[in-house]
Design a protein around this ligand. Structure first.
Ligand code: FMN
Length: 156
């Protein structure tokens, strides 16, 4: 059965920003943002590696990883876990780069990471525990964003 459903595809497609955790040689975590995180198909996520030598090096020897994608306005998202493969040359690499380009990627892509998603868990903020609706949460977050950007608005 497909691991990545329509709701997950929507959130990843809208956000494109995933936080990817890999495992370092000494067992410590390595966590870094990846703004080129996309759904490849029902079972795979794809990440354009532009400037992530640590992630890339970790995955070549320890393929296990987790990617969190969260909608910061809705305060909801997903945790994707699975093994990854890094493509840095050859026909598959070129095809994956072409896919990322077709999705609007402009940066120089040094390698492409593909995660075979084994498990997905939903993420939902405790703010919903009290019965707050998504509409209310969205409104509150938009107001907060607006407040944070007031300095910019004043300059305009
Ligand atoms: C918002 C944001 C988005 C980023 N997107 C990507 C990306 O899609 N691909 C990439 O390779 N690096 C991306 N980076 C840069 C890496 O996160 C950064 O170079 C990081 O230090 C890499 O760490 P690592 O080598 O341990 O993976 C992004 C950084 C930020 C702040």
């Amino acid at each position: 059965m497909a691991k990545i459903n329509e709701e997950m595809k929507r959130v990843v497609g809208e956000q494109r920003l995933g936080f990817m955790a890999t495992v370092c040689a000494d067992g410590t975590p390595n966590l870094s943002p990846k703004g080129l995180t996309l759904v490849l198909d029902d079972d795979h996520l794809v990440i354009g590696e532009v400037r992530s030598p640590g992630t890339r090096s970790n995955l070549t020897t320890r393929p296990s990883a987790e990617i969190n994608v969260v909608d910061p306005i809705a305060r909801k998202g997903f945790r994707f876990k699975g093994d990854c493969r890094v493509y840095a040359e050859g026909a598959e690499f070129e095809e994956l780069v072409a896919f990322l380009r077709s999705q609007g990627a402009k940066s120089h892509i040094r390698s492409v990471i593909v995660m075979t998603v084994a498990r997905v868990h939903p993420l939902i903020s405790p703010v919903y525990d009290s019965g707050t609706t998504e509409r209310e949460v969205r409104k509150r977050q938009m107001e907060r964003l607006h407040e944070l950007n007031m300095d910019l608005a004043d300059d305009a």
